[in-house]
Design a protein around this ligand. Structure first.
Ligand code: BGC
Length: 738
């Protein structure tokens, strides 16, 4: 049994103010691994004083477990034989730690449609997290892609509930991987309807109940049911006028009573607004120095009858039980951080993700570049190189965090595109670089080359929404100027979301690589030269124009309005911005389908250097009368009809019967299959009425439950949400159910 006290005393990682005295932990009941996590948690709380119990409700008090005095609070030191707990942000790597891997941003992970690889990445990241002295990852992030202007879109998995939920589950399972040498808790964030950065602390996401459950809560429901994350972070915004971190409807009622989830909730950083109401509504832990969850304020809330001591103990119990379940009590952190936790295997995963997450949007034949030719290549744009021009370089778009000063450690191992492309180019080929500061000079360089590759970038991230979908800098002008002089112009986009492409008809090929991480260069070079056949698919719709989006033409939907009807905050006012989700269920591709708006590139779109044929759709549906379960087996064949090996992501969509009043169709399944030239494979996707994604279900507001709908469904299968060569109508009969 670990002697945790001794570890505390000697750990270079420990931030504890006073070293603890070593005690033998094998004799304390909460360290008895033969007991259940529930029993161990109760044993610990039974042995704790009241204010030791309170400590669990605040992250600073948990992290500095032996520190007794905080700015607003004084506690006794925590009991011996309790773990060091340290949190870190994590979407694309261990934040601010040297020697760790910079993986692509989550939106690029989503574009892989590859839960297995997302799992592998999350395990690798959990190892690096633990080896650098942290055991709670503030991630994965899940949102619903309501507007492409949401600053943090790159931190999430796109606009579809199934894709987001499945990848959220894979990431949670990877972070919380069951291994003896590491122990990590996943904290899924930012729950919920946190769809914009503008006024994120002072806005209310106003949503009807059905939309809330089907669009915003469903990806969390899938991720929690299938991924089992122990922790959730509530978001800054209000939902229907009540802050997320004191909102009983979203916390206790939805997560616990309805979804049956047993983990603990944590606030976002300074997202708590009260003590009694927050704890009473189901918030367990405050993320920052004790502010609302201080001993004094908790006691006052008990005294005022807002909560009981038992409510506080329930919160502490849920936190401790989750730590025990994930092994935090039994797996002591390393005494010194590993200065090089990134390994060749982890880098290989980062590279595979960047390769599989890059989406070939358009290709009139310029790609792949001739592998061994001596053609000259002009690289244009500041983000092609690690050397900054006007402060912008490949590092600026490597990671979703690189917009922020002080995060210089991220992407420390970046291999920039110019280096990798020059390495890969054929003998005798000249690769030039022009940062594009002067459009005319860049165009001249492009004109002199056989192929011009222009890098267009857009930096987005926490704290702000961009105001347009245009590229940053002079990106659009640069692409237009290059395309005007070089008929072989290839565009590589590096952006966290959708961008408008006014030059789309004038260029030969476009790749969207999102924020592709440290292996950006080799991944892009591999795709450009055809060593890697692109297989990424869009996890979000790319509109022709911002006005086409669900929120694009109604200011009460985005950015939201104030009581005077204006979208501009009245001077000096802290009034809550009202953001009305009146597009309802019509989010993402469902909006475009229902409104008859043609996007520039649809959800699920992504080309390959080969082509795939789809055939022989069969759908067999069975009802188990006893359980009420309907299972539809959707099978079909996919054939590689070209001359290169390639990977296809077949997608299955379902349009519900009219009585369901659902917009368009919904993604209900997908796969990834590798096919040699000429090879054909049978794909089978199972739709289960009892699955967490509710393929046949809608949220029944009257019954407060999911309800399956009987009637005629349309099953469509193909390579994107709008390229669906196979279709079959099926009758699903739930009428025999009790
Ligand atoms: C962000 C969270 C993050 C937290 C701690 C907040 O500003 O919204 O995503 O986990 O800071 O860094």
């Amino acid at each position: 049994m670990a002697v945790v006290g001794a570890l505390l005393a000697t750990s270079a990682l420990s931030l504890s103010a006073s070293p603890a005295v070593a005690v033998d932990c094998s004799s304390v009941p909460w360290m008895d691994t033969t007991k259940s996590a529930d029993d161990r948690a109760h044993a610990l709380l039974d042995a704790s004083s009241q204010y030791q119990m309170y400590r669990w409700l605040n992250v600073a008090a948990v992290e500095r477990s032996q520190q007794t005095v905080f700015p607003n609070a004084t506690y006794p030191a925590q009991l011996e034989c309790t773990p060091l707990v340290f949190h870190t942000d994590g979407a694309d790597g261990v934040r601010r730690e040297p020697g760790t891997t910079s993986f692509p941003a989550p939106i690029a992970l989503a574009a892989t449609f590859n839960p297995d690889l997302v799992y592998d990445k999350s395990v690798a990241q959990a190892i690096e997290t633990f080896q650098t002295g942290h055991n709670v990852i503030l991630g994965p992030g899940i949102a619903s892609g309501r507007t492409p202007l949401s600053g943090r879109n790159s931190e999430y998995f796109g606009e579809d509930p199934l894709l987001s939920g499945v990848l959220g589950a894979a990431a949670s399972q990877g972070y919380e991987v069951d291994r003896d040498d590491i122990a990590v808790v996943a904290n899924v964030k930012h729950y919920v309807a946190n769809e914009q950065e503008l006024d994120r602390n002072t806005s209310s996401s106003n949503i009807d109940e059905r939309t809330f459950r089907q669009v915003y809560a469903l990806p969390y429901e899938i991720a929690l049911a299938d991924g089992g994350a122990e922790s959730i972070m509530c978001s800054y915004n209000q939902i229907n006028g009540v802050y997320g971190c004191e909102n009983e409807m979203i916390l206790d009622e939805t997560l616990r009573d309805s979804m049956g989830w047993e983990g603990y909730t944590m606030s976002d950083f300074r997202a708590v607004h009260s003590t009694g109401p927050a704890i009473a509504s189901g918030l367990d832990q405050e993320l920052n120095d004790p502010t609302y969850f201080t001993p004094q304020l908790i006691d006052d809330a008990i005294e005022a009858g807002e909560i009981t001591l038992a409510d506080v103990e329930t919160a502490a119990f849920r936190i401790v039980r989750s730590y025990i379940r994930e092994g935090l009590f039994d797996t002591p952190m390393p005494t010194t951080p590993n200065p090089q936790s990134s390994t060749p295997e982890h880098k290989a995963i980062a590279r595979q993700l960047a390769e599989q997450g890059t989406v070939l949007l358009k290709n009139d034949g310029a790609l792949p570049l001739a592998s061994a030719s001596a053609d000259d290549i002009a690289l244009i744009g500041p983000t092609a190189s690690a050397t900054p021009t006007g402060g912008i370089s490949a590092t600026s778009v490597c990671s979703m965090f690189n917009r922020f000063p002080g995060n210089t450690l991220l992407c420390e191992a970046l291999i920039a595109p110019d280096v990798a492309i020059a390495d890969r180019a054929g003998l005798g080929s000249t690769v030039t670089f022009d940062a594009g500061a002067d459009v005319a000079t860049a165009a001249a360089a492009a004109a002199a080359a056989d192929t011009a590759i222009v890098f267009g970038y857009k930096r987005m991230g926490e704290f702000a929404d961009p105001t347009s979908l245009s590229l940053d800098g002079n990106g659009d002008a640069l692409i237009a100027a290059v395309a005007a002089v070089n008929p072989n112009t290839v565009v590589i986009l590096q952006a966290g979301s959708a961008v408008e492409m006014p030059w789309i008809d004038d260029v030969e090929a476009v790749l969207h690589s999102w924020y592709p991480g440290e292996q950006m260069g080799p991944a892009l070079a591999g795709i450009l030269f055809g060593d890697v056949n692109p297989s990424g698919k869009l996890p979000m719709t790319l509109p022709k124009a911002l006005a086409d989006t669900p929120t694009g033409s109604d200011p009460s939907r985005y950015p939201g309005i104030f009581s005077n009807g204006s979208t501009t905050r009245p001077s000096g006012s802290s009034e809550i911005r009202q953001v009305n989700y009146t597009e309802g269920l019509q989010v993402g591709y469902k909006w475009y389908d229902e409104q008859g708006i043609e996007p520039l590139f649809e959800f699920g779109h992504g080309l390959s250097y080969t082509t795939f044929d789809y055939s022989k759709l069969k759908v067999r549906t069975k009802l188990d009368k006893k359980t009420g379960q309907v299972v539809s087996k959707v099978s079909f064949f996919v054939e590689n009809a070209g001359s290169r090996a390639g990977t296809e992501v077949p997608q299955v969509y379902l349009a519900l019967p009219d009585t369901a009043a659902e917009p368009g169709k919904r993604l209900v399944g997908f796969d990834r299959i590798e096919l040699a030239p000429g090879a054909k494979a049978k794909v089978e996707i199972v739709l289960d009425s009892m699955a967490s994604n509710q393929p046949f279900g809608i949220w029944d507001v009257d019954a407060d439950a999911w309800k399956v709908i009987g009637g005629e469904y349309t099953v469509s299968v193909g390579s994107s949400s709008r390229d669906l060569p196979l279709t079959e109508e099926i009758e699903v009969d739930f009428s025999k159910l009790k």
